[in-house]
Design a protein around this ligand. Structure first.
Ligand code: 9MR
Length: 455
């Protein structure tokens, strides 16, 4: 049944005085720091740090935004005992003192690892008994030194190959499978309060390597070996975040173990484009949200918070931009993604526009709408998309003077070839037919080129 001509069923005029996004507060400026947002979710948010940089702006961000720090290199065996019996604790001490001064947890990283060993260990010739004693003495010395001051220890790092077999490290080849249990027992003896983890990369989603970790920690638990948690490094690639991440964390948590994302970064080819950084935001959001969704996920650590202090460009030439802050310590879109996953809100960019949405015709099950978008700013807009969300299940069936796409309730109308330019004060119109049921409530707000039309 065709019914009345509706005058202006809904007219929305939104204007704002200032063009573009320049009037917004800087990203992150008006939010609580990540650590507060994370704490409200019962999580920590941490970062790897470089001890020698913990002053000035770098130190400010590290100390205010994060409530856990991991020394990127300073606690590795090669750093703390470069020559046998000759110790250098300066960097490790600095990180632990920084954490104490800023009310932060510390992830101790890492005690037993095939890499960054001092050459006197890696190139020595050892019997099993000799190496086991060296390993357990090393653990006793380092864990003992910081007893009571380290919350989580990555006791064993990267024990697996990609196919789930054991990595043929010095420890594995000399001591056999049992070295992991021995290391965990030595760590427990040296600091009974610290949470003891096994940590690896490419175990973030399900697969052969993750299954191997699952079997390992299940069997350690069954044997009563002291293990508290599993660390998932999460060195990820843009566009390749494992879809099974959350389910994978959950299956480990279901063993009665803590889990944590311990070295998160998301790398991309350089130079980074706005579209890549926007995708990275969504991926940081999703990864952080996976930890929030799993009760026993204790927290997330990013592997360096700034692109200026990331290992990626050195190891993957031509790639980078992997962290939530740029090289000048400005928060990137990824930062907003983390904020959103932790339940915070991010400022919505606004632009100078007015959108009028009228419904001249409505009948049972259908309606016609006209939309006029006006550039109320002082800068010409060349090429536009107008976006809105429909609150009541409406669906477009046909459109004119625009290319219109709908995904769920989300509608995006792009300019046609002939109406794409909006000079200052200029406008364009388009229209469509759509279906409706229940109520035909008009959209509450519109965007122009992704930014809200706001007064
Ligand atoms: O960030 C660390 C970098 O500065 C070192 O050069 C590198 C040497 O291997 O180790 C980096 O940290 C690694 C971490 O200790 C274990 N997981 C992989 C990390 C990136 O290589």
């Amino acid at each position: 049944m065709r019914n009345r001509l509706m005058s202006v069923a809904a007219a929305l005029l939104a204007t704002c005085a200032l063009a573009g996004v320049a009037a917004l507060p800087a990203r992150g400026a008006d939010n609580p720091p990540l650590r507060d947002l994370a704490n409200a979710q019962g999580r920590y948010y941490g970062t790897a740090v470089t001890a020698s940089k913990l002053t000035g702006a770098y130190g400010d961000v590290a100390g205010t935004q994060f409530d856990s720090v991991t020394p990127g290199n300073e606690m590795k065996w090669g750093s703390v005992e470069p020559a046998r019996g000759s110790f250098n604790w300066a960097g490790a001490d600095q990180v632990v003192a920084f954490a104490a001064a800023h009310g932060q947890k510390v992830r101790g990283h890492t005690l037993v690892w095939h890499s960054q060993l001092p050459s006197w260990v890696s190139s020595g010739t050892w019997s099993a008994e000799q190496l086991r004693t060296l390993m357990t003495d090393h653990i006793a010395t380092e864990v003992g030194r910081y007893q009571g001051r380290i919350d989580h220890w990555d006791v064993v790092n990267e024990p697996f190959n990609e196919d789930g077999t054991r990595r043929q490290s010095l420890f594995q080849t000399t001591l056999g499978d049992g070295y992991i249990a021995d290391a965990l027992r030595a760590a427990r003896a040296a600091d009974p309060a610290a949470k003891l983890y096994v940590n690896d990369y490419n175990t973030d989603g399900t697969g052969a390597k993750s299954d191997a970790m699952y079997r390992l920690v299940s069997s350690l638990r069954a044997q009563g070996v002291p293990i508290d948690g599993v660390g998932f490094q999460a060195h990820l690639i843009l566009g390749q975040v494992p879809s099974t991440l959350q389910a994978n964390l959950r299956r480990f948590a279901d063993l009665g173990l803590d889990v944590a994302l311990t070295e998160l970064d998301i790398r991309m080819p350089l130079p980074a484009t706005a579209a890549q950084l926007a995708q990275q935001k969504e991926e940081y959001r999703a990864v952080t949200a996976a930890c929030v969704a799993v009760t026993r996920c204790r927290g997330v650590t990013v592997w360096g918070f700034t692109d200026a202090d990331s290992w990626i460009p050195d190891v993957f030439p031509g790639q980078g931009a992997a962290t939530p802050y740029d090289e000048n310590l400005r928060p990137k879109p990824a930062y907003d993604g983390i904020v959103q996953a932790l339940g915070g809100t991010v400022p919505v960019p606004t632009t100078s526009c007015a959108v009028t949405y009228t419904v001249p015709n409505q009948w049972t099950g259908g309606f016609t709408a006209n939309v006029v978008v006006k550039n109320t700013g002082t800068t010409p807009v060349n090429g536009w998309t107008v976006g809105w969300s429909w609150p009541a299940g409406q669906r477009v069936t046909q459109a004119w003077s625009t290319t219109l796409t709908q995904s769920g309730s989300q509608v995006t109308a792009a300019n046609a070839s002939y109406n794409g330019s909006l000079p200052a004060g200029g406008s364009a119109s388009f229209g469509f037919n759509a279906t409706w049921t229940g109520t035909n409530t008009a959209p509450a707000a519109f965007t122009l080129n992704g930014a809200a039309c706001a007064p």
